[in-house]
Design a binder for this molecule. Structure first.
Ligand code: IMP
Ligand code: MG
Length: 182
């Protein structure tokens, strides 16, 4: 499998340090708040799991699943809710946890949907940000790494549902998707 990884963009140690930094900052910023972390499945589960263990204040978690992509590398432009949150968010200080902010279409939609449910506040943490590809005006409140416009996998991120288990963030070799409809 790793034969299809052209290069490692962010290695395990670099990820670990950055996630610890983000956790520390979030712990400070939310110490007198009602923190509710909402992870957007499935790409952000690895980041969520590591980030929450680096936060040392009381918190709750919930999960949501939306789809904006087909199985390939390009956006379909369609965002729909596949799984909604289990609990109401009214009165909570919501922190949306994303794996990657790309066009921003997904987050733009989520902000509208979740914002209308009256959270006390709403912020966004993303592990990766690809600002070159942004189509809507979204700036993350917390960001791990700004990366160039390359398709990345690993640490939760997939290509056609694979590669999520890689412990690092890598760039997929173009041969991995050649001949497919991506
Ligand atoms: P956006 O709506 O274009 O911002 O899309 C965000 C979603 O697209 C992410 O949550 C990922 O699931 C997916 N995505 C965008 N870029 C990449 C990438 O480089 N690798 C893997 N998934 C990506
Ligand atoms: Mg995906």
């Amino acid at each position: 499998m790793s034969g299809k990884i052209a290069k490692i963009l962010i290695d395990e140690e670099t990820l670990r340090k950055k996630v610890a930094e983000l956790g520390k900052q979030i712990s400070e910023d939310y110490k007198d708040k009602k923190l509710l972390m909402v992870s957007v499945l499935k790409g952000s589960v690895v980041f969520m799991a590591d980030l929450m263990r680096n936060i040392d204040i009381p918190l709750r978690i919930d999960f949501m699943s939306v789809s904006s992509y087909g199985s390939g590398v390009k956006t379909s432009g369609v965002v729909k809710i596949l799984k909604d949150l289990d609990h109401p968010i009214e009165g909570y200080d919501l922190l949306i946890v994303e794996d990657i902010l790309d066009s921003g279409m997904t987050l733009n939609y989520l902000r509208e949907v979740l914002g209308s449910r009256n959270p006390k506040s709403m912020r966004l943490v993303t592990l990766l940000d690809k600002p070159d590809r942004r189509q809507v005006d979204i700036v993350p409140d917390y960001c791990g790494f700004v990366i160039p416009d390359e398709f990345v996998v690993g640490y939760g991120l997939d290509y056609a549902e694979e590669y999520r288990n890689l412990p690092y963030v890598g760039v997929l070799d173009p041969s991995a998707w050649q001949g497919q409809d991506a």
